[in-house]
Design a protein. Structure first.
Length: 183
């Protein structure tokens, strides 16, 4: 795993997934998602997991040809490049979810700790159906959580951009990349 250190002078951003590649894959995911729900419901309840999922969520719902209700939860557990293992819920769903077709939209599933916590919590609302879409899944972890819609599977490198941050920086890069020490 890269450990980007800003104490070093020469750090460059390497591109892993171009903006065009991300957007094309999200269009495909939208078709997969529509296909799954088409015989089940005409209204999806999508939950954006802030902050990292903001751009993926936005692009995904704009590409879905069905009714989409929105909820936002704000959950975090990372300090720098490491999961603290402690999930902090900063805000939570405000809408009734019982009997709804719920899709949790994550930017990345890494250790799976955040998603496991969210799913366990959401099941208590008794949705009719609970599915997960993530833009990125790390290949490394055996988290055991079935993920229904996956954009990209990537190796274990600390990613930034398109919502993903390193200590709150780089979220607004239009592509996904990683930091590389030049020295
Ligand atoms: C990131 C990301 C996921 C989670 C994935 O959130 O957005 O929610 O970590 O990691 P995990 O599978 O190891 O739990 P983060 O805690 O960095 O908060 P943020 O979305 O506000 O950046």
């Amino acid at each position: 795993m890269f450990l980007p250190s800003e104490r070093r002078q020469h750090v460059t951003v390497e591109v892993l997934l171009e903006e065009k590649t991300i957007k094309e894959r999200i269009k495909q995911l939208a078709r997969e998602i529509e296909n799954y729900y088409k015989d089940k419901t005409d209204t999806l309840h999508a939950i954006c997991v802030l902050k990292g999922s903001i751009h993926f969520f936005s692009e995904l719902v704009l590409n879905l040809n069905m009714n989409v209700n929105y909820s936002f939860v704000h959950v975090s557990s990372y300090a720098g490049t490491e999961s603290t293992g402690r999930i902090r819920v900063k805000s939570w769903v405000d809408e009734p979810l019982q009997g709804k077709y719920v899709l949790v939209v994550e930017d990345i599933v890494d250790t799976g700790n955040t998603l496991r916590y969210i799913l366990n919590y959401l099941r208590k609302y008794k949705p009719a159906d609970l599915k997960v879409a993530t833009l990125i899944e790390k290949e490394k972890y055996q988290h055991g959580i079935p993920i229904d819609f996956v954009g990209f599977k990537v190796q274990d490198v600390f990613l930034i951009g398109y919502g993903l941050d390193y200590d709150e920086k780089y979220r607004n890069l239009p592509f996904i990349g990683y930091l590389k020490n030049d020295t």
